[in-house]
Design a protein around this ligand. Sequence first.
Ligand code: DC
Length: 216
Amino acid sequence: MPDFHRVIAIDGPAASGKSSVARELARRLGFVYVNSGAIYRAITWYMLRRGIGPDDGGRIARTVESAQISCRLKNNESRVWIDDVDPTNHLRDDLVNKAVSRVSTVPEVRKIVTEKMRNYARAHDVVIEGRDIGSVVFPHTPGKFYIDASPEVRFRRRVAEGQRDEIAARDRADSSRRASPLTVAPDAQVIDTSHLTIEEVIDKIVERLKLKGLPL
Ligand code: DC
């Protein structure tokens, strides 16, 4: 990866704990934290706000290509603006939760988000979380993890967050789509977080990175 800084890829299904782990890991290492799901969510929110349905791939493709999507940093974390609007407060709206898996199947959307993530890694050491980070976006990074938890634990986590999010349906859609499905990359290290605290998961990741001899 000659033109990229250090990249730690954290993939996994919905509510597996990957956001908390990735954010805290980045803080501990002094890396930038990038949440790729937030960019897919921001694009989804933008489409819905313009009255574009999640199955209208043609209009989604045309609209995403003409939108001004600007990815910046705030406190060492990725933030996205679209047409100069900050959609942060809407990223977990029920309607976005329902539509995001379908919007993120559109190849033009995936291409743009993938390029944004690579741009972050061209400028910074990064911890990036998502579904296809280790498999497609940074297939050559040696720091590759797949974070999982049992369906019951994941469901309880979402309920505890007060969110209505049909995670089983999203996981099915994200794993079965043709473009960059959620999958365990062959060289990813799998960590089941069902019975671990965030700190314990981070300790495991750091330990494994050191075992691989990665400079931290
Ligand atoms: O991480 P999240 O649950 O906020 O992600 C929301 C959706 O975005 C997820 O259901 C599928 C899509 N996504 C994706 O297709 N690829 C990624 N790398 C990250 C998210």
